[in-house]
Design a protein. Sequence first.
Length: 105
Amino acid sequence: MAHTLDQKIIGLLEQETALRQWLEQMRALTKDARGATVIAGLTPEETEEFLRLNPRVQSYGNGMTAADFKAASERHAELKDKIDAALQDNAIESLSDWGGVAARG
């Protein structure tokens, strides 16, 4: 039986408990319009890719060639930048909302 992308993402998050905890702490885990679990700023496909790349990049020497490691590291960094940008946007939006509530209160 084939697993859905959401099931794959949830399974990967279960394997990477420290990463999942960090994502939860940063409020980076969310649901997309279709109800799939995603990391802020990423599509479901990018979320799966990031979750698969993260342990490979974090544990260099697991059989990857230097070129493969470089490519994986660069892609991981691109996806991490998208996450960071989305989290920054969310923080700015939250502050804007907070200020609006205070001004009305």
